[in-house]
Design a protein around this ligand. Structure first.
Ligand SMILES: [Zn+2]
Ligand SMILES: [Zn+2]
Length: 332
């Protein structure tokens, strides 16, 4: 699926006018509206209508090309597009082998959670291998690095042999491209819930685990500890940061609740500064949200640890009610 910004540049390319600032200038003159290049994939309402008119594109077609439309369909809130968790704002990722086939920016590459091409089984790229400059939409459509002219389609890439990473990336691609979610999970039954959980658990993994817990040896990726800004994950994460962070999140959520017990046990052992706040404030507050099963399992973990007999197994201590969590949590 093409993105709005990519479509714009393609139109310009046909007319040999490859400068995005040209269209912005002319649009500004004709509509008195200012556009910034990153905003284009997020346009809504009047601005989108005016730009569609200006370009002669059907409004409904234009709507389907934006991230905002996708998020509204999924009932996912976003207030600040620059800092939103779901889609990249100023960064761009690309599969060089897909560009070899056709030069346009795929919508799914904009997902914060997508860092691999599932079709080619290779990692996406966000900067030029030759000069280090960030990949841009214009660079993808013209198939050259905007700084050194290196062809994007011939940039070196990294193959993926980890099937789990491909499975994870397939969940994301299916959700975004096909509005579908077929993962068998005990309580995450739809794609928006999956994204909420993934974002939540990954954010806390970054705060509670050690950098080396995120390293991916087979991809020779080491997590540099970046990507966190105050208490949320940055929108502009690198491919390496996003892969390390979200693949850890994926692993905590899969095979529920075993992966989660392993996570909370590790965090409990490490006891990093935010751990107490996570247990005392964050976990109890999830009870009224779709993330409530996380509270329930944290509950079981603590009950077993303080009152039980060793390791917790699936299905045990189901009798604990969520109201009791505050009681248990206040004891640690
Ligand atoms: Zn590809
Ligand atoms: Zn370059």
């Amino acid at each position: 699926m093409k993105l709005y910004a990519a479509l714009l540049i393609e139109r310009l390319k046909k007319n040999l006018m490859t400068n995005l600032s040209w269209i912005r200038e002319n649009f500004k003159k004709s509509s008195a509206l200012k556009l910034n290049e990153y905003e284009i994939n997020w346009l809504e309402n009047e601005k989108l209508k005016k730009l569609s008119n200006f370009l002669g594109i059907d409004l409904v077609e234009a709507q389907h090309l934006t991230y905002s439309h996708f998020l509204r369909l999924q009932n996912i809130k976003f207030n600040n597009i620059q800092k939103n968790n779901w889609f990249l704002y100023s960064k761009c990722r690309v599969c060089p082998l897909c560009v070899r086939e056709s030069q346009y920016q795929r919508k799914v590459w904009g997902s914060s959670y997508l860092t691999a091409c599932v079709r080619h089984k290779i990692m996406l790229i966000d900067s030029c291998y030759n000069c280090g400059t960030n990949i841009t939409v214009r660079g993808i459509v013209l198939d050259n690095c905007q700084s050194c002219n290196q062809k994007i389609s011939s940039l070196p890439f990294q193959k993926i042999s980890n099937n789990d990473l491909i499975t994870f990336q397939n969940i994301i691609e299916d959700g975004i491209n096909h509005n579908s979610y077929s993962t068998k999970h005990p309580w995450i039954k739809d794609f928006p819930t999956y994204l909420f959980c993934l974002e939540f658990i990954s954010l806390w993994a970054v705060q509670l685990l050690d950098n080396k817990d995120f390293s991916l040896d087979e991809l020779k990726m080491e997590y540099d500890g970046g990507g966190l800004e105050r208490h949320s994950l940055k929108n502009a994460k690198t491919v390496e940061q996003a892969t390390c962070i979200y693949f850890r999140g994926y692993n905590i959520l899969k095979d529920w609740p075993t992966g989660f017990y392993r996570f909370i046990q590790r965090a409990d052992n490490l006891k990093r500064p935010n751990f107490t706040s996570f247990i005392n404030n964050i976990i109890p507050n999830l009870t009224t949200t779709v993330l409530e099963p996380i509270t329930r399992e944290a509950n079981k973990y603590y009950f077993t640890k303080h009152y039980g007999k060793g390791e917790l197994k699936r299905g045990e201590t189901d009798f604990i009610r969520n109201e009791e969590i505050k009681f248990f949590m206040s004891k640690i």
